[in-house]
Ligand binder design. Structure first.
Ligand SMILES: Cc1cc2nc3c(=O)[nH]c(=O)nc-3n(C[C@H](O)[C@H](O)[C@H](O)COP(=O)(O)OP(=O)(O)OC[C@H]3O[C@@H](n4cnc5c(N)ncnc54)[C@H](O)[C@@H]3O)c2cc1C
Length: 403
């Protein structure tokens, strides 16, 4: 247990048990902090979709001691293929596998979101996660901070972390509500059993071995295929440029025919795979402008609450895990001065989060150019190590943010 100079443990309350919040909880727990998590949903869980887990996130998973279990649940693509949307010719290919390890110090995996979420949760004591607990507001106090729940309960803590996603209540309480921005991208997400797709192989210009990460890129969208669970499942992300649908709804059930119509004229083999979907959910992709401050006093943001971004770089979850690990390191370093620790966390992390938000937007725009230019550099993303990166000095500057 992390003991303060006054003899008691530092209490950290986390709002939101998503990938970012649970990473923070696990990393803080590892360092002996007293952590509790308040989650709005009645049951813990994740959406049924795949997640690309870049090398920067794998380094966090390793530091949490979960790598061996994670690798058993995930799939590792050996090759990324970029195909032309209409005739399926190869635009570019890039080795993944060992090459990722050599270049960035960790491999690139694909995982079912629920599997990663389950592993993170296994590191956090069950009785410290409170479900059905919706945060309505937060406030800094003279000595600490308070989380007010929608059911009227109040939870006091030394530190509060807002890990409550793109529509963060914590963010709204600190920095004002502001609407999220519809990005002109919608997407469908589907998971199919790989063994049901063998007969589709002769219709495709590529083999479906369970080892490839394939992207079909066209001016009106891009469609990604990648394996999950050692190649047992195929995950599909079908993104589409659209001016029509600016609904704030997070995910709505969608008609398969509507999805197929959106890709009329695309490669028949790709459409054949899409037509196998039994159900699909449609997402309206939203993001926000980079936020100048992520911290006010004893309350800090992480993950999508701080920097919601387009999924074009497949990094929102990865950087949320980086944030979760980093905030635990800073609080450990500044255990007797958590306000300075959080200010240093912001100085360290905000520029990286903002840069990623903007690059994700730019990559989305570049993907629509004909022909699309080469992808924007990702070395600075994958090569980063939130576990070993040098911490910013505490107390070098103070952040001036409203509370
Ligand atoms: C289509 C799509 C594809 C993506 N693909 C990838 C990918 O391949 N790789 C990748 O790294 N990222 C990807 N992302 C991004 C990734 O999903 C997010 O960045 C990530 O989930 C953010 O995690 P988080 O924990 O910050 O927030 P969330 O996952 O949104 O979790 C927030 C949690 O807080 C809870 N909550 C919300 N409000 C309250 C409240 N008031 N009180 C209490 N609890 C509350 C929620 O119920 C939820 O459990 C993708 C995103 C989209 C939309």
């Amino acid at each position: 247990m992390r003991i303060l100079n006054n003899g008691r443990a530092l209490r950290v309350v986390i709002v939101g048990a998503g990938i970012g919040g649970l990473t923070a909880a696990a990393a803080l727990h590892q360092r002996g902090f007293e952590v509790s998590v308040y989650e709005r949903a009645a049951q813990l869980g994740e959406v049924g979709a795949g997640l690309q887990v870049g090398p920067n996130a794998v380094k966090v998973i390793r530091a949490l001691g979960l790598e061996a279990q994670f690798v058993k649940l995930a799939a590792e693509p050996q090759m990324r293929l970029s195909l032309k949307w209409d005739d399926g010719t190869i635009r570019a290919q890039e080795p993944y596998g060992d090459s990722m390890q050599e270049r960035f110090g960790a491999r690139y995996y694909m995982a079912h979101r629920a599997d990663l979420h389950g592993l993170l949760r296994s590191l956090v004591a069950e009785n410290t996660i409170h479900t059905g607990a919706e945060c309505a507001s937060v406030e800094n106090l003279q000595q600490g901070a308070v989380v007010r729940l929608a059911d009227g309960r109040e939870v006091e803590a030394d530190i509060v972390i807002g890990a409550d996603g793109i529509h963060s209540v914590v963010r709204a309480a600190l920095f004002g509500k502001g609407e999220a921005r519809f990005t002109n991208q919608i997407c469908w997400r589907i998971i199919l059993p790989m063994q049901e797709l063998h007969d589709a192989a002769d219709k495709l210009p590529i083999r479906l071995t369970g080892n490839e990460y394939t992207g079909w890129l066209g001016p009106t969208g891009h469609v990604l295929f990648y394996p999950l669970r050692g190649g047992e499942l195929l995950n599909i992300f079908a993104g589409r440029v659209s001016n029509e649908w600016a609904d704030e709804t997070w995910a709505v059930p969608s008609d398969i025919d509507e999805m197929l119509e959106a890709y009329a004229g695309w490669h028949p083999g790709m459409l054949h795979i899409l037509s196998r979907a039994r159900e699909a959910f449609k997402w309206g992709i939203h993001d926000r402008q980079p936020l100048e401050h992520w911290v006010a006093g004893r309350i800090a943001l992480l993950g999508d609450a701080a920097h919601p971004m387009m999924p074009t770089l497949a990094q929102g979850g990865a950087i949320s895990m980086e944030d979760g690990y980093a905030i635990a390191r800073y609080l450990d370093e500044g255990r007797d001065n958590p306000v300075e620790a959080l200010a240093a966390y912001e100085r360290d992390r905000q520029p990286r989060g903002a840069r990623m938000q903007l690059q994700a937007r730019q990559q989305f725009l570049n993907n629509q150019l004909v022909p699309p230019p080469p992808p924007l550099p990702v070395d600075w993303i994958y090569g980063y190590d939130a576990v070993t990166s040098e911490l910013r000095p505490l107390g070098a500057q103070t952040n001036v943010a409203p509370t």
